[in-house]
Design a binder for this molecule. Sequence first.
Ligand SMILES: CC(C)(COP(=O)(O)OP(=O)(O)OC[C@H]1O[C@@H](n2cnc3c(N)ncnc32)[C@H](O)[C@@H]1OP(=O)(O)O)[C@@H](O)C(=O)NCCC(=O)NCCS
Length: 132
Amino acid sequence: MIDLILIVLLSIAGRGERQHVVTPAELNQHGTAFGGFLLSEMDRASGIAVRRILNDRDAVTIAVNDVRFVAAARQKDLLVTTAYVSETGTKSLTVTVATRRGNETIATGKFVFVSVKDGVSIEHGLPKVKGK
Ligand SMILES: CC(C)(COP(=O)(O)OP(=O)(O)OC[C@H]1O[C@@H](n2cnc3c(N)ncnc32)[C@H](O)[C@@H]1OP(=O)(O)O)[C@@H](O)C(=O)NCCC(=O)NCCS
């Protein structure tokens, strides 16, 4: 029960969002958005979520896990990427992120960040929460 409350609190305090309209420079030879571009959107939205929960303290991306490109995005699509902190360890924070076009999911993933000071990992001080 306490874990569930902590998960909800994390997801509220650690939330990030980005909106972007796909431009020609972000398209591959198939006319769909590059995977790398979508990863960048997800990384940035996740970074905002982490920055919020850490009250502007520094963190870096250490791992990108379970990424799935679910559907193709095309030029002029308005993409909304939402992220929330779903799990915490000692130094790490895991962010669950999804990019959508309207109600349709374009990509999903889990981005892991580590709290750092002067480039060295440090404990972030948040309670440990194992995501469901
Ligand atoms: C981030 C960095 C300082 C961490 O170094 P480190 O202290 O040796 O890292 P560790 O191996 O001890 O891992 C730290 C945490 O990340 C977690 N972690 C590491 N690899 C992981 C993976 N593949 N998946 C999930 N979690 C992972 C560890 O379990 C640990 O979590 P915990 O402290 O909550 O238990 C170092 O790897 C670094 O500088 N990397 C480059 C970062 C970067 O440039 N990112 C891109 C731009 S932001």
